[in-house]
Design a protein around this ligand. Structure first.
Ligand code: SF4
Ligand code: SF4
Length: 105
């Protein structure tokens, strides 16, 4: 698979997109944004639809709450595995439609 990220942020704007976060990731991200872990959980996460663990909070338009207005990730250095490993370790059937970087290079 050839891939060049265009930093367009489309993968962070998928409606109903889910970014699961482990306890370790929560700890790391909370420290990075300067929040207490409990506050971070309360304000920045929600229960996953399958009720197994937590996911990052989404904005009303469905985009990840950590996506900046210019399409970048506010927590890039500590972003969760789910984000870090796309599309090198996983894709969805519609990923090539959403991600303009797939198939390039
Ligand atoms: S954490 Fe960062 S990379 Fe992951 S979906 Fe949110 S904005 Fe995108
Ligand atoms: S949709 Fe693809 S090209 Fe755009 S930011 Fe995400 S990974 Fe990069």
């Amino acid at each position: 698979m050839s891939f060049v990220c265009r930093q367009c942020g489309a993968c962070c704007r998928i409606k109903n997109g889910i970014v699961r976060v482990s306890d370790e990731e929560i700890k790391r991200i909370a420290a990075f944004v300067g929040m207490e872990e409990s506050d971070f959980i309360e304000r920045e996460t929600e229960l996953a639809p399958d009720r197994r663990g937590l996911i990052l909070h989404s904005r009303a338009d469905g985009a990840c709450a950590f996506l900046t207005p210019d399409g970048l990730c506010r927590i890039h250095p500590v972003k969760p595995d789910k984000c870090r490993t796309f599309p090198h370790e996983w894709t969805n059937p519609d990923s090539a439609t959403i991600c303009p970087g797939l198939g390039e290079g």
